[in-house]
Design a protein around this ligand. Structure first.
Ligand code: ATP
Length: 235
C-alpha cells in the first residue's frame, strides 16, 4: 500500500471541511475521488501534499506518517501534485517551467534525463521549449503542468481536475496520458468533474459528500451504480 489515510479531519478556521475520512491507495492503481463542488476533494489533495495541515488523523505513505511534514519534504519523498488550474509560471519558458519541477534535484545530468523523458512523452513541449509558457494553449499548459510534476519522478501523482476547461479533443488526450503514466508504474490519485471518464480509467473510486466518504468500490462498479449515475454521471 502506498498511501493510507485514517480519520482525516481538516478545518479552515471554524469550517470543518473534511470530517474523518478513510481511504487507501495501492501501488500501481489509479484511484478517483469524485464529488460535487465543495465536497472537499481539493482539500484532501492539499493535505496529502503538505499544503494544508490536518487537524486530526493520519496520512501514511509507505507506512510512515507524513501528515505533519512540509510540502518540499513530501515532494522529496515522491509525491507530486498537479494543481487545479495548472498554475504554470508565466514569463518563464516551457523549459524553465520544467526546471522548476526539479527544484530539489541538484544533479544537472539527472535533471536533463528527467526533461528528456518529459519531452519524449510530450513532443509538443519540446517544440515549444523556449516559448513563454503563458502563450501555450490550455491543453498544452496542462501537459506542461503534468510534465513539471513528473520532473521530480514521483511515485504518487496527485491530479486535480486535469481536464477542466479543455476542448474535447484535449480531454481525451489527457485521459490517455494519465493511463500511460500509470502503465509506466506511477500511482495516481485523480480528482475530476468528468466523473464518467475518471471512473472508466480508475481501478477504484471514492465518493465524497460534504467532507465524508459515502461510497467506494471498483471504478466500473461505481460507474454502473444507479445512485452514482443519478448524482454524478448525468443520470
Ligand atoms: P471543487 O470541485 O469546487 O473544486 P472541492 O470538492 O475540491 O470542490 P474544496 O475546495 O476542497 O472542495 O472545498 C471544501 C470546502 O471547504 C468547501 O465548502 C469550501 O468552501 C471550503 N473551503 C475551501 N478552501 C477554503 C478556504 N481557504 N477558506 C475557507 N473555506 C474553504
Amino acid at each position: 500500500m502506498i498511501l493510507k489515510v485514517r480519520n482525516l479531519v481538516v478545518n479552515y478556521g471554524v469550517i470543518n471541511a473534511i470530517k474523518g475520512v478513510n481511504f487507501e491507495i495501492n501501488e500501481g492503481e489509479i484511484v478517483s475521488l469524485i464529488g460535487a463542488n465543495g465536497a472537499g476533494k481539493t482539500t484532501i489533495l492539499k493535505s496529502i501534499s503538505g499544503l494544508l495541515k490536518p487537524a486530526e488523523g493520519s496520512i501514511s505513505y509507505f507506512g510512515k506518517d507524513i501528515g505533519r511534514k512540509k510540502a518540499p519534504e513530501i515532494v522529496a519523498a515522491g509525491i507530486s501534485q498537479v494543481p487545479e488550474g495548472r498554475h504554470i509560471f508565466p514569463g518563464l519558458s516551457v523549459k524553465e517551467n520544467l526546471q522548476m519541477g526539479a527544484f530539489l534535484q541538484k544533479d544537472r545530468q539527472q535533471i536533463k534525463e528527467s526533461m528528456d523523458e518529459v519531452y519524449e512523452r510530450f513532443h509538443i513541449l519540446k517544440k515549444r521549449e523556449n516559448q513563454d509558457a503563458a502563450t501555450l494553449s490550455g491543453g498544452e499548459q496542462q501537459m506542461l503542468a503534468i510534465g513539471r510534476a513528473l520532473m521530480s519522478k514521483p511515485k504518487l501523482l496527485l491530479l486535480d481536475e486535469p481536464s477542466m476547461g479543455l476542448a474535447p479533443i484535449f480531454i481525451n488526450k489527457i485521459f490517455e496520458i494519465i493511463e500511460a503514466i500509470k502503465q509506466q508504474g506511477t500511482t495516481i490519485l485523480l480528482i475530476e468533474q468528468n466523473a464518467k471518464k475518471a471512473l472508466s480509467i480508475s481501478d477504484r473510486g471514492y465518493v465524497l459528500v460534504a467532507g465524508e466518504i459515502k461510497m467506494n468500490g471498483a471504478g466500473n462498479k461505481l460507474l454502473s451504480d444507479p445512485a452514482v449515475q443519478k448524482a454524478y454521471l448525468g443520470g
